[in-house]
Design a protein around this ligand. Structure first.
Ligand code: M6R
Length: 606
């Protein structure tokens, strides 16, 4: 994910900013840039690649000054390149930005008509242009920024300077930004590790806060210009704690990032009032001719494909065949010319999934990748690509990538449904309305994480677990079991609940925790019978359900109520407590949660 740092004080800004960027490198990025103010001029340098490359460009010492901004970019709009790297400049306004501006296309068109020229493919570039256009109308710097921010839809953390002003301005909405308070100096950063070696006194900005650094102080206002007050917090974080945002592990941090990751994945794509889902620059084949869709991936991403199958088949009645990528090309799949092949991958570098794409291309079918990493092989080489906007996933166990993959598959299903005339505008608005509530619902589950931690304490002693679910929640329990086994090394198996009687039931005794996902949908009654069967064999049952009045509630050991949603979106909610359960068990057992034994984040060998 992108990183922002800024400095205003009495020291050399350049050295401080480069050091802060280096401290954010662990998060992954594809380009970097810096802007330093000195006596009415701002020097800007940007470079594709590592911060060390940027450092070489500014090594001549021309970047002297006591105020500046810097940025590492993790591309979302526009390829990783120098011209898309931040800072972006318009007139004398210089901006670094994290987040996504949803209405940038409309703003760009309007500003172009006013004579503004754009040099990048980013959403960010509209921000300095918008501020510059207000400055041209005679506003002062702060008012111009406020007016521009009021027009932005989407999310932002911003650092802004201009040549003809000694002020630094920062602002946030739905993207983290903190102020570091030093002795006679201030820092801004998207993440604490960037500046934790400089200060441990932080102001955590809230949505719609604007911070104005001038004359040796900082003043906070809201979008209307009214003063707001925020406390200075003294934190005791070590470097390692700060990297993880105060969480013990990246995995836990990433689980908790899911509400934001899902929102970011929806931003700019869903138009609820228009009943539309749009994917920028995506050119699909003639959908009327597509008779079958193939969804192929590995591991967690394969579970997302399985959910995709339920979505497309239950809502659009389009046949979908799913395949594990390492099997796909060895089994002579019967691909027809007009089929569509969807490859799902967090990293975009999984060797088997790349091989499946090549197989598809060789057979002349349209390939579409769903990836989290811009510039990755699958993103570059497939005929079409849709990005999940989960941000970098550092924990080996995939969490936020999974829920954003499901979100993208859901949006793709709506998009294709509309284009084929299978869903009308009202249907789509209804579905959009449902998915827009998902981030809040995920948050409400995270708010109950204490209950799951207690659950983990109770069950951590067991060496085998069984996970059961039906319908669209069958892949969710597969994912829950995968999470548990990969990070806690506990044996966990998942089955479609109806399969239990065909074998796994033999395993059940008083030492076997059986985790059920059992929502009140068309599979409810059948799953209740399965719960009954486990109880009568003295299995220890845990139920995760959206039905507080579930008929088995009083008969089982552990019962957890999830928020309600439509069938198609249930797995996003049901997997979150399973991720947490796996995490807390592994944490109690003391395993290396973020880098479990024998596993790699990206499997680049077949
Ligand atoms: O990067 P990809 O999504 O292609 O990776 C595929 C699998 O290796 C991955 O999902 C793996 O199963 C997860 N790390 C498990 O948590």
């Amino acid at each position: 994910m992108c990183g922002i740092v800024g400095y205003k004080g009495k020291k050399d800004a350049c050295g401080i900013l480069i050091e802060a960027l280096k401290r954010l490198e662990y998060r992954g990025y594809d380009s970097a840039g810096i802007a330093v103010w000195h006596e009415g001029k701002v020097e800007v340098a940007r470079k594709k690649g590592k911060v060390d490359e940027l450092r070489k460009v500014i090594a001549d010492g021309s970047f002297t000054g006591k105020m500046g901004l810097a940025h590492t970019r993790w591309a979302t709009h526009g390829t990783p390149s120098e011209h898309n790297a931040h800072p972006h400049k318009a007139g004398d306004v210089v901006v670094v930005h994290n987040g996504i501006i949803e209405n940038y296309i409309e703003l760009k068109e309007r500003l172009r008509k006013e004579g503004h020229k754009f040099l990048s493919d980013t959403d960010t570039e509209v921000i300095p242009h918008l501020i510059a256009s207000y400055l041209k109308k005679g506003m002062d710097f702060v008012d111009a920024v406020r007016s521009a921010l009021k027009e932005l839809k989407g999310s932002y953390a911003l650092g802004i300077i201009r040549e003809t002003d000694k002020m630094l301005i920062a602002a946030r909405k739905e993207s983290p930004l903190i102020i570091g308070v030093g002795a006679g100096e201030y820092f801004i950063a998207s993440d604490a590790p960037a500046i934790i070696n400089r200060t441990k006194r932080f102001i955590f900005l809230e949505d719609d806060d604007i911070a104005i650094f001038a004359d040796g102080t900082v003043r906070l206002i809201d979008l209307e210009g009214k003063t707001v007050k925020r406390e200075i917090h003294q934190v005791q974080w070590s470097d390692a704690m700060a990297e993880k945002g105060g969480f013990k592990h990246f995995m836990l941090k990433e689980i908790f990032e899911q509400p934001r990751a899902i929102s970011d994945t929806l931003i700019g794509r869903v138009k609820e009032e228009r009943g539309e889902v749009a994917f920028e620059e995506l050119k699909l084949p003639d959908l009327a001719k597509v008779k079958k869709i193939w969804m192929v991936a590995c591991g967690t991403s394969y579970h997302a494909c399985m959910i995709g199958k339920y979505l497309f088949e239950s809502v659009l009645h389009i046949p979908v065949e799913t395949d594990i990528a390492s099997e796909f090309r060895y089994r002579e799949p019967i691909l027809k010319k007009d089929d569509m092949l969807v490859l799902v991958s967090q990293s975009g570098e999984t060797a088997d999934t790349i091989a499946a794409m090549k197989e598809g291309k060789k057979r002349g079918v349209y390939t579409l990748s769903i990836c989290n990493v811009l510039g990755s092989t699958l993103a570059r080489d497939a005929d079409g690509v849709i990005f999940t906007h989960a941000g970098p996933e550092i924990g080996v166990a995939s969490t936020k990538a999974f829920t954003t993959q499901i979100s993208v598959l859901f949006l793709l299903m709506l998009h294709i449904g509309e284009r084929l005339g299978k869903l009308n505008k009202q249907d789509i608005s209804r579905y959009i309305n449902e998915i827009k509530q998902i981030p809040h619902k995920v948050q409400s589950i995270l708010d109950m994480s204490g209950q799951i931690e207690e659950m983990a304490r109770r069950y951590m002693v067991h060496r085998d677990f069984l996970y059961l679910g039906r319908g669209i929640n069958y892949p969710a329990v597969l994912e829950g079991a995968l999470k548990l086994k990969e990070i806690s090394y506990i044996h966990a198996e998942a089955y479609a609940a109806g399969e239990m009687k065909h074998g796994p039931i033999a395993l059940i005794d008083e030492n076997m925790p059986v985790v059920f996902v059992s929502p009140h949908d068309h599979t409810y009654k059948k799953t209740c019978s399965n719960v009954e069967e486990v109880i009568s064999r003295r299995g220890r049952v845990l139920i995760f359900t959206d039905d507080p009045l579930h008929e088995m509630a009083d008969r089982v050991e552990t019962f957890f109520v999830l928020p309600q949603t439509i069938y198609a979106l249930q797995p996003i909610l049901s997997v979150v407590p399973l991720q947490l359960l796996a995490y807390y068990i592994a944490n109690f057992l003391g395993t290396d949660v973020d880098q479990p034994r024998n596993l790699a984040k990206s499997v680049t060998v077949e």
